[in-house]
Design a protein around this ligand. Structure first.
Ligand code: HEM
Length: 137
């Protein structure tokens, strides 16, 4: 299974292997296209800053998977749990987030995002989503 640190000398890391910036941009664009109109989690997002939100998620994912450290440069330490405490996130919100992300990942062709890479991305997203739940029900 590919990991963020799979970066033997002279070989592509995870970020590069799936097409770098362009692929991460597609993943978050496809996700946010749905979030904007979503009845459950759409209202949690800042209505005036969709582009900014898209950038922040892209920077975070790209950085995690071995791309440029733009998230840290622009936003500081990720501290994702802390950054989500102002939003009420229960299991339904986490499931909705993942559902929409799955739709977006489905739109990326296998030649760009081979199954093992997709599985690794997905496993990380599921893990983070579960960690961000801050409401009992
Ligand atoms: C569990 C359901 C989730 C909900 C309801 C949720 C909701 C939100 C909202 C409302 C924002 C503010 C948008 C902005 O202005 O940037 C945000 C930001 C963010 N979310 Fe989530 N999120 C969820 C899961 C995740 C997951 C799974 C990840 C990572 C894999 C993630 C990564 C981020 C990042 C990086 C930011 C930007 C933080 C910053 O720079 O301030 N979120 N999220």
């Amino acid at each position: 299974m590919p990991t963020p640190s799979s970066n033997p000398p002279g070989q592509q890391n995870f970020y590069e292997a799936i097409g770098g910036e362009e692929t991460f941009a597609r993943i978050v664009r496809g996700f946010y296209q749905q979030v904007r109109d979503d009845d459950l989690i759409g209202p949690l997002y800042p209505d005036q800053d969709w582009e900014g939100a898209e950038q922040r998620l892209k920077w975070f994912l790209a950085q995690y998977w071995g791309g440029p450290q733009t998230f840290s440069a622009q936003r500081g330490h990720p501290r994702l749990r802390m950054r989500h405490v102002t939003y009420s996130i229960g299991t339904p919100e986490a499931e909705r987030w993942l559902e929409m992300m799955k739709v977006s990942l489905d739109q990326i062709e296998e030649e760009t995002l081979p199954p093992a890479y997709r599985a690794a991305l997905w496993e990380h997203m599921e893990r983070v989503a579960a960690m961000l739940i801050n409401r009992p029900v």
